[in-house]
Design a protein around this ligand. Sequence first.
Ligand SMILES: C[S@@+](CC[C@H](N)C(=O)[O-])C[C@H]1O[C@@H](n2cnc3c(N)ncnc32)[C@H](O)[C@@H]1O
Length: 419
Amino acid sequence: MKSKLTLQLGELFVGAGGLSLGLILADHPRAQFQPLFAIDNDKESLLSYQHNLEWLLKNTQKILPKMPVVINADIKKVNTLDLLGELQLQVNDLDLLVGGSPCQGFSSSNRGAEARKKSQQNSLAKIFLDKMGEIRPKMFLIENVQGVGWTKITSSMQLVMQKDSPVATKKPKNVREFLIQQSTSLGYTVWHGIINAKDFGVPQDRVRFILFGVRNDLINESTDISLESYLEKRPIATQTTVHDAISDLPRIGNGETWNGNDYHPSDNEYIKKMRRFMLNGDLSDHFTTNHSQYVLDRFKCIPQGGNWKSIKDKMENYSDIDNTHSNIYRRLVYKTPAHTISHYRKSMTIHPRQNRGLSMREACRLQSFPDWFRFQGKKDSQQQQLANAVPPLMASAIGLAIADFWLDHLSEIKKYSHE
Ligand SMILES: C[S@@+](CC[C@H](N)C(=O)[O-])C[C@H]1O[C@@H](n2cnc3c(N)ncnc32)[C@H](O)[C@@H]1O
């Protein structure tokens, strides 16, 4: 069998691992990603990461030959040089560093204690670059929400200029400009773009910012490092709808867990992807939240595509009703991709046809997590981990693009494989 190039990867803010999982499963014909380390300070997210990577290792060793080192720590306290030593890597060796720092800080409301918390979270975007400056990977990828383009920088986001830095000294207007200027100053050439998960087969309208960079000593001035053409290389025939993604899941009621054994998955292309590697008809985590009767009565009044506005007169328990987010009490539309899936229980996301909240498995399907993927920890934590994640199928598209870029421009650097 022809050997594949292995791209070694490190991840900060790994969460439950949506981004890693997509990279690992990218299925490039000539390259594959092997995570070497993963860092997060949330124990339950790391339990999910570890549990599911171990599942992959056990069931598909070709795709994941070995487990990464998993580190449960505040990223600020991790000594990256010790970590590189433990992995027997030198500075400059790592192929790819990736990460998406918490994004709650990049939303519009900004007052008092909430604002301070958000400001601290925003500073984590800078910590990624500090760590990158120590590791000096060959390439890096940052994923975040579009809000980085309109969120002002925090006081900790002072540009640290390297000697001979080619970057202008203009003060960045927002976090996006800061990230671009600071990574350029660290000696990287960067490209950034806005991508939508629904363009990569994910049954969800989820728009995200990505920043990709390549270390300057590996390329020359004429190298085009844009991932745009690579991302457009494998167009999807049609968008995946909510119906494609969840209509095969058995009917259950409010507060119920499906325990049957008569589940028959659809054989559409999306469900085949979701059930890849599964050898039996198992179906897990198809459970719904037990909502009160008054909530179910509200659900009944909301049509597909509607939200809390259909029941405005009933929303007495919402103090600032006119500032309520449009995704609250939103009922999914069967024939289109879903709206952005946040914490589906807190947002009261409603099934398109049944008068109940979504099940965990339905929400996983809408985020393109495979059916064998089991989130770990308390239910609330599982739901938050899912909301935080990069949809793996979108991450796979990014992985394919990065692998194509590498093979076109950097493949002379190293030639080794594991197959
Ligand atoms: C947006 S989520 C990342 C999701 C991940 N990219 C995925 O696809 O599943 C951000 C993560 O940063 C972690 N985090 C927040 N503050 C941190 C810190 N100080 N050190 C390490 N991790 C932190 C959170 O626990 C959370 O899992």
